[in-house]
Design a protein around this ligand. Sequence first.
Ligand SMILES: N[C@@H](CCC(=O)N[C@@H](CS)C(=O)NCC(=O)O)C(=O)O
Length: 203
Amino acid sequence: MILHDFLPSGNGYKIRLLCARLDMKVILKQYDITKGETRTESFLAMNPNGKIPVLELDDGQCLSESNAVLLYLAEQYNSSLLPPDPILRAKVYKWLFWEQYSHEPNIASPRFWLTHNAMTDLKKQMLPDRIKQGHAALKQMEEALAAHTYLVGNTMTLADICLFPYTHVAEEGGAYQLSEYPNIQRWIKEIEDLDWFIPITQV
Ligand SMILES: N[C@@H](CCC(=O)N[C@@H](CS)C(=O)NCC(=O)O)C(=O)O
């Protein structure tokens, strides 16, 4: 399998982290998204949305949308990260869908704007509200992590693999201070201490 990716991307890192957890090797093909490398004809043939990550399967089929790829790999490789109990599984799905609507646009996007010199007048106007909503998202994670070790109970699930990447780099760009969220900090350390853990920049 080939993972088409951009190393600083949290969306790509979700998949790299899951592969590390599943002890799976994939070939990494890197693109510079700041130079439009995901907008070429050949890339758009893999993902018409022009975004990494894309997982290219051995038969040439391409899967996009990071959380769809996480679910595919967890289901395919029979991982304990997806609990069999339907209620617990729905709680994992909840975090995955929530991440795309309430977390990623408010935490990942400001990080990218602020660290990649991508700020425009419109984004400057949008930033305060994004940060407000980002704090609301972090508060929800903080409350869940005050109640149990991981986001869905006391064992790690796909929800943690999905939310860890952008949360642990939330401070990059200066929009957020994680010292306001002690249980999130404890959870980050918990994951970083796991023996299979790989950092975001590791190929
Ligand atoms: N919802 C998508 C978002 C993917 C995404 O936003 N990818 C960004 C990098 S994190 C990208 O490739 N941007 C390049 C572009 O839009 O040209 C997912 O979860 O995979």
